[in-house]
Design a protein around this ligand. Structure first.
Ligand code: MN
Length: 308
């Protein structure tokens, strides 16, 4: 039995948690953030930043993260961009909602030309993680009237139909590609100097995933794991996608008659159980059912029924 340990940043662990969400175990060891069992490998992430891979294919599984996200490579990937990249005209893309049980998957693409760079900074576009929901909503309104963009929304119902036939990464790749294609067409004949995708999988996997698309966008394609800080176009795409996600969550919450929380935590399980107990509500209309939250919610709902 192999045993491989990686040291990861909190951001990387968050990404891993999203990646392994469908395989997560209900019971986790003390001081762990999550534990997942995928095929032959058990992955345990600890609050200290240590991630342990155990099992027959531990080395291969750890290799995904070792290659994509180790601290040294992340820097070199960012450094791998041309030194004046921040000044380029760039079409950027990012997605929101893939780690949230409730709500849709939203992919945004936005084009920031060299001329629009000062304006977009003036509007307060920056890493959306440093902005409040209120700020995101207000900045998004300004961005929408300032630059070309495209938003694609996959509602849970649709997501649940597609998900059994393709991995989340493939779905994301096809959506990024489609959103980028839309904006390229819109700004044509002008051509961005680069296309930058906030990286969620290795370049080779992305290219393989979009091969089947009718119009694969591959020219001047760059990837960065911290795309939002690599160019304002990705930050803008991220803000627009998050704004859309928030709007959809408001709408779904209203339909459900209860506030639907983001993320995939215990509060989410409780809320999903509430929905299951309402005979007129269909959980698949609100949530991504392949998450392990579904089983947890079913257990909670069953207990409540038995009690009554
Ligand atoms: Mn992203």
């Amino acid at each position: 039995m192999q045993n491989v340990t990686l040291k990861m940043s909190p951001q990387q662990i968050k990404k891993m948690e999203e990646h392994y969400q469908p395989y997560q175990r209900e019971k986790t060891p003390a001081y762990s953030v999550f534990q997942a069992k995928k095929d032959q490998v058990t992955v345990t992430a600890y609050q200290t930043g240590k991630v342990v891979f155990q099992g027959r294919e531990a080395e291969e599984e750890a290799g995904i993260w070792g290659k994509v996200l180790p601290a040294e490579k992340t820097d070199s990937q960012l450094a791998g961009l041309p030194h004046d990249f921040q000044q380029w005209s760039v079409l950027g893309s990012d997605e929101v909602g893939n780690g949230s049980y409730f709500g849709p998957l939203v992919v945004g693409a936005a084009y920031v030309s060299r001329e629009n760079l000062p304006l977009i900074k003036e509007l307060g576009v920056k890493d959306s993680k440093s902005l409040t929901d209120g700020q995101i909503r207000s900045i998004a309104q300004d961005v929408k009237v300032s630059i070309p963009y495209k938003l694609l929304v996959v509602q849970p119902q649709k997501y649940n139909q597609i998900q059994p036939q393709m991995t989340q990464n493939k779905m994301k790749a096809l959506l990024h590609n489609q959103a980028l294609g839309f904006v390229l067409k819109e700004v044509s004949p002008e051509e961005p100097e680069a296309i930058l995708i906030d990286q969620f999988e290795p370049r080779e996997s992305y290219l393989k995933h979009i091969k089947e698309s009718p119009v694969p966008v591959t020219q001047n394609l760059y990837f960065a794991t911290k795309g939002e800080s690599a160019h304002p176009a990705v930050a803008a795409a991220s803000i627009l996608a998050r704004d859309q996600f928030l709007q959809e969550m408001d709408r779904l919450s209203e339909q459900a008659g209860m506030k639907l929380p983001g993320g995939a935590n215990a509060l989410v399980d409780e809320t999903a159980a509430e929905i299951l107990l309402q005979p007129y509500l269909d959980l698949g209309h609100f949530a991504k059912l392949h998450f392990s939250n579904t089983q947890k919610a079913q257990k909670i709902a069953q207990k409540r029924k038995n009690r009554n």
